[in-house]
Write a protein that binds this ligand. Structure first.
Ligand SMILES: Cc1cc2nc3c(=O)[nH]c(=O)nc-3n(C[C@H](O)[C@H](O)[C@H](O)COP(=O)(O)O)c2cc1C
Length: 384
């Protein structure tokens, strides 16, 4: 057993099937769910269960999707939408449309090109990538391959010296900001991971967390994410710890994993420069509200003081429109990127982003919106 974050491989092949879908086959895919079905057939049972899985009974995972679908859009008519722009900005950096690739772990388990494929696809689509601290490629390599903004997701782990060094590395690499994830004081109950014997595959490393003196109590050999990477999180975080991180860096720190308006307001008071409304894609507290339910309370309480991003269950351009109507600055998608990557690497992620972008543009036109600024709350709750 090696002394870094490599661990034993169990189960059948953890290498994704080699053949990527052809460009022609990709262009015949229109739904994110189709990508998921193909990914299921290509990935090992263990890898698919890790990506698709949720905490507990998956109530929050399911609600994340259905809560968006339940929001009717009261479209406007007789608006000139012949010329439209989906462009927007986040921290003064332009985005072709209001979407970021959410931080998700272990991209090389989906495709050998891993995070480099994702960052290139995001660059081509003109949107930012948020890199997971559990990425399988170093932040330096990812930033070097990027053509657009890259953000870094971070946990405050148990060794503050290590976290501080990591923040400095991320700054030096040229990242545009941090997402500090705080919905994981402990890992959620991931029964599916336990059942499929989840291990980080032997040929992969958790590239940014390589320090031999930071092996977890089990030497990263445990079953499930909890035992394997438990040392990267800490259950004792308080608001002062957010202040500590804000003071460490000039980069804007967003707080990721917020569902309550009072927490969002407190976060801004303690220096957060953005809020990410998220329940970790239903992977942490099962029973947490859907993010579509949490979002309007938070945007109202934060009142445009900082950008509010939302993720969880966004699968259609229509959902992006709904989120913006509820006051979000932008949305993030997690699993859709992983499905695109599994299906055809960079080209697969590009196709997923193309589907979401063109569907968002079409939804704007049908709703009577020619700019992102014209997507307002009355689309969901008209007066009278
Ligand atoms: C396989 C997987 C790994 C994830 N890894 C991380 C992570 O390392 N850090 C983090 O803050 N969130 C992580 N998330 C949560 C995502 O950032 C995001 O909140 C979630 O995927 C959004 O839901 P969606 O998958 O329905 O789009 C992960 C999600 C998935 C599905």
């Amino acid at each position: 057993m090696s002394t870094n974050a490599k661990v034993e491989v169990l189960g059948k092949s953890d290498n994704p099937a080699p053949a990527d879908l052809s460009t022609a086959a990709l262009s015949a895919l229109y739904r994110i769910d189709e990508f998921e079905e193909i990914a299921r057939s290509k990935l090992s049972e263990m890898a698919f269960a890790y990506y698709a899985g949720s905490a507990g009974d998956g109530r929050t995972l399911m609600r994340n999707r259905s809560a968006w679908e339940e929001l009717s859009i009261w479209y406007r008519v007789m608006v000139d939408v012949s010329s439209r722009s989906t462009a927007t900005t986040l921290f003064d950096k332009s985005m072709a449309f209001p979407l970021l690739s959410a931080p998700t772990a272990l991209h090389k388990m989906a495709h050998p090109d891993g995070e480099l494929a994702t960052v290139r696809a995001c660059g081509s689509a003109g949107i930012p990538m948020v890199v997971s601290s559990l990425s399988t490629t170093t932040i330096e390599e990812i930033c070097a391959a990027s053509t657009g903004p890259v953000y870094f997701q971070i946990y405050i782990g148990q060794d503050r010296g290590f976290v501080k060094e990591l923040v400095q590395r991320v700054e030096r690499a040229g990242c545009a900001g941090l997402q500090l994830t705080v919905d994981a004081p402990v890992w959620g109950l991931r029964e599916r991971e336990m059942k499929t014997g989840f291990r980080v595959p032997e040929h992969l490393t958790i590239a940014n967390l390589q320090r031999t003196d930071h092996l977890g109590p089990t030497g990263h050999v445990g079953v499930g994410i909890a035992e394997t990477l438990g040392w990267t999180i800490t259950p004792s975080l308080k608001w002062q710890d957010l202040e500590w991180m804000v003071a460490l860096t000039k980069l804007p720190v967003m707080l990721k994993g917020v569902c309550r308006a009072d927490d969002a307001v407190t976060a801004v008071r303690h220096g957060a420069r953005g809020i990410v409304v998220s329940n970790h894609g239903g992977r942490q507290l099962d029973g947490a509200p859907a993010t579509a339910e949490a979002l309007p309370r938070i945007t109202e309480a934060v009142a445009s003081r900082v950008p509010v991003i939302v993720d969880g269950g966004i699968r259609r351009g229509l959902d992006i429109l709904r989120a913006l109507a509820l006051g979000a600055t932008a949305v993030q998608v997690g699993r859709p990127i992983l499905w695109g990557l599994s299906v055809a690497g960079e080209a697969g992620v590009r196709r997923v982003l193309e589907i979401l972008s063109s569907d968002f543009d079409r939804s704007m036109a049908l709703a009577g919106c020619s700019t992102v600024a014209s997507i307002t709350r009355d689309l969901l709750h008209p007066r009278g």
